[in-house]
Design a protein around this ligand. Structure first.
Ligand code: ASP
Length: 276
């Protein structure tokens, strides 16, 4: 069985959460491909690294200091020794290239470099798995590119959210786009399951701001999910559905803070997966 798991920024907000991610990944040998987002926020009011990187591209010194400090702390916590080298390389290039999308992509790049070492898996650059053509991300081109890059690669940590266009320029997907990278990888490696690890235990049956402790929806079809998306459910990026839906790969929304929860399963036809 091959499982692709994507961990969002809230699952990788500090070294402690990275430890939980490591435990989850290592608890099953099927979890062979891990897609990561940039570091999210730990405390209320703290900004996500991607937001800070956008500010850096507009020359904010304080945003740069915050990104560096948070990565240094993260690296110390997980025992990653090449932190300084990676930070120097990344910020040197951000200042040289001076491109908003390039700067924004570096959060995922740094996280994948660090986590590949933490998990002992090969590092895969987002530019080698997501392809842009004529200004848009290209589904088929990306799947083909990812297939080529991952051929013969047993285990890998892949940087989400960005790719490369036909002119060799780094381009970012829309916000939350690491979900799309995960879906492309799931298709490319012919995964049995795409696990999307976030900070909720799946889709709720009611709005938790109105109904306290609502039950989680166990199984939902891709079609139903589309309807929910229109209603404003933002658990999963809408465009992450295309690469897996037609390949028949189910998506399992899981909660990193409650790994024992089964989460919500998104499938083509509900009866295939309902055990009761
Ligand atoms: N880091 C990016 C964002 O904040 C992409 C992602 O998390 O999927 O939108």
């Amino acid at each position: 069985m091959v499982v692709v798991c994507k961990f969002g920024g809230s699952s990788l907000a500090d070294a402690e959460s990275a430890g939980i991610v490591k435990e989850i990944v290592e608890s099953s040998s099927s979890r062979r491909y891990v897609v990561v987002s940039a570091m999210g926020s730990v405390a209320v009011g703290q900004r996500k690294v991607t937001d800070l990187l956008y500010e850096i591209s507009e020359s904010s010194r304080s945003a740069e200091e915050e990104v560096i400090l948070r990565h240094e702390e993260f690296c110390r916590g997980v025992g990653y020794r090449r932190c300084e080298k990676v930070i120097d390389e990344v910020f040197g290039k951000i200042h040289k290239i001076r491109d908003r999308e390039y700067a924004a992509s570096r959060g995922e790049y740094m996280m994948a470099r660090i986590m590949s070492e933490v998990l002992g898996m090969e590092f895969v650059d987002g530019k080698d798995v997501i392809s842009f053509r004529e200004g848009k991300w290209d589904v088929r081109g990306s799947i083909e590119k990812a297939k080529r890059r991952l051929e013969g690669v047993e285990k890998a940590v892949i940087a989400g959210f960005y790719g490369e266009d036909e002119n060799g320029r780094i381009r970012t997907l829309s916000r939350g786009g690491s979900d799309i990278t995960g879906a492309v990888i799931a298709n490319a490696v012919d995964a049995d399951l795409y696990e999307n690890w976030t900070d909720v235990s799946g889709f709720m049956m009611a709005d938790p701001r109105i109904v306290p402790d609502p039950l989680t929806i166990k199984t939902i079809t891709y079609r139903e999910l589309r309807e929910l998306s229109y209603m404003g459910a933002t658990v999963l990026h809408e465009e992450a559905i295309f690469p897996v839906r037609y390949a028949g790969i189910p998506i399992n929304i899981r909660n990193t803070l409650r790994p024992e929860d089964p989460g919500t399963m998104i499938v083509s036809a509900a009866q295939d997966y309902d055990s009761e």
